[in-house]
Design a protein around this ligand. Structure first.
Ligand SMILES: [Zn+2]
Length: 447
């Protein structure tokens, strides 16, 4: 024994170790190596003598060795090696924090996710740490799972907001009775609106499933686009988007067959449906454009259709569609709608309709005198030669605007011709008028 200590004193460690082993004092051999901080040797000896089974995790030496070895790898920034060591240390012995750090630095995301799942809920600090790291890596779902497991709802909602997952944020806030989210959402949206980032605000509302707000903004932009008269097609697209958004909202608020109802009684389901109906009414009642979501899109659609027909030389079809535009003066403006009616009915010698359109044009509010004089002069010019009467033409029944119109041709849906309807916007059209495989109004694929 003394000889071994002397050898150790003179730095002949291998010799000393051998002597201890010969004396069957393996513990002293291990102690020597520990004292020297040669953890790899300790591990090698320990495994050689006692085996390296997972079941040995309760062994104090096993834990100590892996902990120390892990730390030495950690100090040398060998993250994956360190992680492997820390993984073998019994949970709860203070290595978890280091383990998380090693995973994070070596980007072992799946291991982090597994660890978060395995950690018991009492490990609040580690779960919060994991959640925060997932958030920094942009991994919303694991972050939320970890934070919720730690009981940190606020951090979970904040995480969704920071990662722009508003739908999940709103959902979580509703599940956990966290009312602040609504004001947060509206503050965020109004700050975007102040910076004139309206499309971003629409995206935000869409992501948070706030369809009426998104639709309202879309309608406002569509109206502005219409007044500039530069790009009516863009206005139509915006109106269609708004209408689709409202369809989505209607479907969501009335569709109660989803997973939310599985644990509800009949009375609860009825109450929830009623609640949804009321919120639907409340949302649509705020704005006219939301009450009739397709109205704007229809108006611009028929306006564009009439012009296309006119330029294609289909003057009668153009007149029928133009007369339909008379119903959409709120969208198109009196001047645009009536001018189109006047022009097309003049070409078709329907001077009765033409004269009515002139009366409309002349009675516009706030019309400048010069413009009014031009209308009167043109009117006198036309109607002194042609009495303001419609001829007895076959087009007359088609000028009836009390019936809904075919969105492909603009003609009212009368007669026995076969029709089909679009499953997205529910508008009808004559089958033989459909030229492409898409709905002329909302451009969805037709079946
Ligand atoms: Zn459609």
């Amino acid at each position: 024994m003394q000889a071994a200590e002397v050898s150790a004193y003179f730095h002949k460690f291998d010799e000393a170790e051998e002597m201890y082993v010969d004396m069957d004092r393996k513990d002293l051999a291990l102690e020597l190596r520990k004292r020297l901080g040669n953890w790899r040797r300790v591990l090698a000896l320990h495994s050689k003598w006692y085996g390296d089974k997972e079941g040995r995790q309760n062994d104090a030496t096993h834990n100590e060795v892996h902990q120390k070895l892990g730390e030495s790898y950690y100090d040398h920034q060998k993250w994956s090696n360190a992680a492997k060591c820390f993984e073998r240390v019994k949970a709860g012995s203070g290595s978890t924090e280091r383990l998380i750090d090693c995973y994070f630095r070596s980007e072992q995301w799946q291991s982090m996710v597994d660890l978060a799942q395995d950690l018991p809920a009492e490990n609040v600090d580690h779960l919060n740490d994991l959640g925060e790291r997932f958030r920094r890596a942009g991994m919303c779902k694991p972050a939320v799972d970890a934070l919720l497991k730690a009981g940190n709802v606020k951090a979970a909602v904040d995480c969704c907001v920071l990662l722009n997952q508003w739908d999940r944020a709103v959902e979580l806030a509703q599940e956990h009775n966290f009312p602040q989210i609504e004001s947060l959402l509206s503050d965020y949206a109004s700050s975007m609106l102040k910076q004139n980032k309206r499309l971003e605000a629409i995206e935000l509302y869409r992501a948070a499933n706030k369809s009426p707000q998104a639709a309202k903004l879309l309608c406002t932009i569509a109206e502005e686009t219409m007044t500039t008269k530069v790009n009516p097609l863009r206005a139509k697209k915006l109106y269609v988007l708004a209408a689709l958004e409202m369809e989505r909202f209607k479907k969501r608020s009335l569709d109660m067959s989803g997973s939310t109802t599985t644990n509800m009684t009949a009375a609860q389901t009825t109450a929830a449906t009623l609640d949804n109906l009321m919120s639907h009414d409340q949302a649509t009642g705020e704005s006219k454009s939301l009450e009739r979501p397709w109205h704007g899109a229809e108006g611009v659609h028929f306006y564009l259709l009439a012009q296309r027909q006119l330029y294609d030389g289909e003057v009668e079809a153009a007149m029928i569609t133009a007369v339909r535009c008379g119903q959409y003066e709120d969208v198109l403006g009196t001047k645009e709608a009536s001018s189109l009616i006047a022009l097309t009915s003049f070409y078709n010698k329907h001077y009765g309709s033409c004269s009515k359109a002139f009366i409309n044009l002349e009675s516009q509010k706030g019309l400048p005198q010069a413009e009014l004089d031009q209308y009167i002069e043109l009117g006198v010019n036309i109607f002194s030669r042609h009495p303001p009467q419609n001829p007895d033409s076959k087009a007359l029944p088609f000028l009836d605007t009390t019936r809904p119109a075919c969105v492909a041709s603009g003609r009212p849906l009368i007669g026995s011709e076969s029709t089909m309807s679009c499953r997205v916007c529910s508008h009808k059209m004559f089958s033989r008028e459909v030229r492409t495989n898409n709905c002329p109004l909302c451009h969805a694929k037709l079946q």
